[in-house]
Design a protein around this ligand. Structure first.
Ligand code: 3H9
Length: 690
């Protein structure tokens, strides 16, 4: 029929196969022949049953995301599903891999769904800033009930085949060869005879809904939406299914979908979807990767332990090295405790915990790292200490082993130059807690061999990290931009803003927390130590540390944390301290608006991002977005700092930076050449590679 949709016959069973690699997305070139096939088979009296299946590694993983934002082309998915529902003979979706979004909606248009045991199903549109727009919000509740559908749709979480079966979403689960089983299943169904009720006409589950319980759950979910429109729209659409007729709810779903798909939040989230995948693409696709069978981690503190756990979770045996038996046991004990917490929360089984723990081998002897293919040091952030560690590694590591440093700031070229094999050295900058945080900055040093780099990029994916390759500079991409963001924080305080006012401007923007809450959480002593090492000062932050106010860990920082609570309480003493320091410096207090706070913190950050692109430290503007969303909590609905700069308007950012530069003379406000070019051309890429 077409390269993308074919029909095969097994006597009176017709099998439609969608074949649109890599994920069988419902692109126009699939929808057209699919519609034709359905109409033809509906009208073909020799066909008794229709099975809808997919070739390749997965069932349909959704609508084609690249088509969003462009004019809708017929036939639409909704029309295809509508046509499926006009077919009186039984229709069966044979699901393997993932049935996601429009893919699951297509399956919901069938009378029956059968799945491979390892298949996963879900409506993850919310993660793209959307809601299911192919009838998912009106059909899924009819099978699994409104509250379960609400949870699935608002979270976008996938369910396994067994759970789907239990919930009524799937009618049968098979160990393997789902299409063959689907044909037999279909025959059996046809033999028993109809009538076969389309999902749209099954109202029993809907009628059982207690609206008050539904609303309570929806309100709870809405509180967690943090400024995102899609979760709220998802909940509204499912509620409509309870309160409206099928047709009305379907029309309301469509209206909500069209609004979201045209909005900035969904544009931003779609940008991030592709940006994350793009970030993993580096030159050297065909390079032979180095074999990584065992990983060594030096340092069993919070960072080293987290890194070791990340690899153990990814199935790698790990040798964990410490300087003393006592430190080693403390580190291993912490790892055990972390896994125990996961077990108590129900996210890990006892058995899985045991399997992870056997991956660890502890040692205090460097020669035990000789069989490791990748060794990551996570020791004290000090050049001399790091060089000493690398010197020892140079002596014991096997030829070709990749030697990585987890430094957050130090010059990796200098570390690499200190040993005999600089080609094997690179940076792996994990974010704390390393077993949880998704971001991994992979730092390519001057002499890093391309195959070593390609190996760790692949490896990052295997341990579930979102990896971005960056170049060497102080703080790499993330922390360098963080410094630019933070540079005005103190000045804003001295000029009259309070920590809570600044933090509120951030949370209103969509950040999970503001810079002062974040400082208190991370521990103010860390940046204090860093400042001292670099001969820098920050009058308020330094005074806080001199008073022993290190943040949450001492119960006092910019805020008070009473009785071990993590809830920040504004402290009048801090306001007095700030006003006192301002008076000493002769700075008059004035009203500071939320707009000014954003301009003086986030615009310099975008500016620094532009400099990073100019210098080739990041390859693409979208790489910077991936770093900030996954590592620092930049609101996903704004797509990352560089995408947001486009929404905000680069001309405006340049104009305001120039204003602040003129007023303060500070370098952070001096617009980067590339930012000015972006303001003129509207594209980072136009200037990224001059
Ligand atoms: C939707 O369905 C809306 C409807 O309700 C309403 C419509 C009216 N479209 O992730 P991978 C590409 S919204 C286009 O690396 P994996 C991806 O960019 C959709 N392209 O593979 C990549 O390209 P490249 C709801 C897509 O094995 C390649 O495929 N569905 C799409 O790690 C491989 O992807 C979703 O949100 C797409 N839908 O993971 C599911 N999906 O090679 C989104 C993927 O050039 N997809 N690509 O970089 C996923 O979650 C994962 O891709 C999946 C496979 C789990 C399927």
């Amino acid at each position: 029929m077409s390269n993308f949709v074919s029909v095969a016959r097994d006597n009176d069973v017709a099998i439609i196969t969608i074949d649109n690699p890599p994920v069988n997305a419902l692109s126009l070139h699939v929808r057209e022949p699919l519609m034709q096939a359905l109409v033809a088979l509906r009208d073909d009296a020799s066909v008794a049953v229709i099975v809808v299946a997919c070739a390749g590694r997965t069932f349909v993983a959704g609508a084609d995301i690249t088509e969003f934002g462009k004019p809708v082309q017929q036939p639409e998915l909704r029309a295809i599903i509508g046509t499926l529902e006009t077919i009186a003979k039984p229709t069966v979706a044979a699901i393997h891999g993932t049935a996601l979004g429009g893919g699951l909606e297509l399956a919901l248009g069938c009378h029956f769904r059968v799945a491979d045991a390892d298949a996963r199903l879900g409506l993850p549109e919310v993660k793209l800033g959307l809601l299911p727009g192919g009838g998912g919000t009106v059909r899924l509740p009819r099978l699994v009930g409104a509250i379960k559908a609400l949870r699935m749709i608002v979270s976008g979480a996938l369910v396994g085949a067994d759970e789907a079966h239990e919930a009524g979403l799937v009618d049968a689960v098979f160990e393997s060869n789902v299409t063959t089983h689907a044909v037999n299943f279909a025959r059996e169904i046809a033999r028993k005879g109809g009538p076969f009720t389309p999902v749209r006409d099954r109202d029993d589950e809907i009628k059982k809904t207690e609206l008050a319980a539904f609303d309570a759950e929806a309100a709870d979910l809405a509180r967690k939406a943090r400024g995102l429109d899609a979760p709220i729209a998802c909940a509204q659409a499912v509620r409509n299914t309870v309160t409206m007729s099928f047709e009305e709810a379907l029309a309301a779903e469509r209206a909500l979908f069209m609004k979201l798909v045209a909005g900035d939040q969904s544009r931003a989230q779609r940008h991030l979807f592709f940006a994350e995948r793009e970030a993993a693409k580096i030159p050297g696709k065909d390079l032979v990767r180095r074999r990584i069978a065992r990983v060594g981690v030096i340092g069993a503190g919070t960072m080293g332990g987290g890194i070791a756990m990340a690899f153990a979770n990814g199935g790698f045996p790990v040798t964990l090295l410490e300087t003393s038996e006592e430190a080693l046991q403390r580190g291993l004990g912490m790892i055990d405790k972390n896994y125990a917490v996961s077990v108590s929360r129900g996210s890990l089984t006892e058995d899985a915990k045991r399997q992870r723990l056997v991956q660890f081998k502890g040692s205090t002897d460097y020669s035990d790292l000789a069989d490791c293919d990748l060794i990551i040091e996570a020791v004290f952030e000090d050049m001399a200490v790091k060089k000493e560690v690398f010197g020892k590694l140079d002596a014991v590591a096997k030829p070709g082993a990749i030697l990585a440093t987890n430094t957050s700031y130090l010059d990796i070229d200098e570390i690499a130059a200190s040993i005999s094999r600089p080609q094997d050295v690179l940076g792996l900058h994990f974010f704390s807690p390393a077993n949880v945080m998704k971001l991994l900055e992979i730092v390519r040093a001057d002499k890093t061999a391309p195959d070593a780099l390609a190996t760790v990029v692949d490896l990052a994916r295997r341990i579930g990290k979102v990896a971005v390759v960056v170049g060497v500079c102080h703080g790499f991409v993330g922390n360098r931009m963080l410094a630019a963001r933070g540079s005005e924080s103190e000045a804003l305080l001295l000029e009259g803003a309070t920590p809570s006012q600044i933090d509120k401007a951030f949370t209103d923007f969509g950040w999970p927390m503001g810079p002062f809450q974040m400082g208190d959480l991370a521990g103010l002593d860390i940046s204090w130590r860093n400042r001292k090492a670099r001969g820098q000062t920050a009058v308020i932050a330094d005074t806080l540390c001199e008073q022993g106010r290190f943040g949450q860990k001492t119960g006092r920082g910019y805020y008070l944390y009473e009785n071990g609570s993590r809830m920040p309480v504004p402290d009048p003493q801090i306001d007095a301290l700030i006003r006192g320091k301002a008076a000493e410096k002769g700075i008059a207090s004035r009203e500071i608006s939320a707009e000014e706070i954003i301009e003086r913190t986030l615009y310099p950050m975008v500016n620094e991002g532009a400099k990073i692109l100019e210098e080739g430290i990041a390859a693409r503007a979208s790489d910077i977005d991936v770093i900030w969303v996954n590592g620092y909590g930049f609101p996903i609905g704004k797509g990352g700092p560089m995408f947001w700069a486009g929404l905000e308007g680069a001309p405006r950012i340049v104009e305001r930076l120039e204003y602040w530069h003129q007023r303060t003379g500070k370098d952070v406000f001096k617009p980067a050449r590339l930012l000015k070019r972006m303001a003129e051309t509207g594209s980072w890429e136009a200037g990224a590679r001059p």
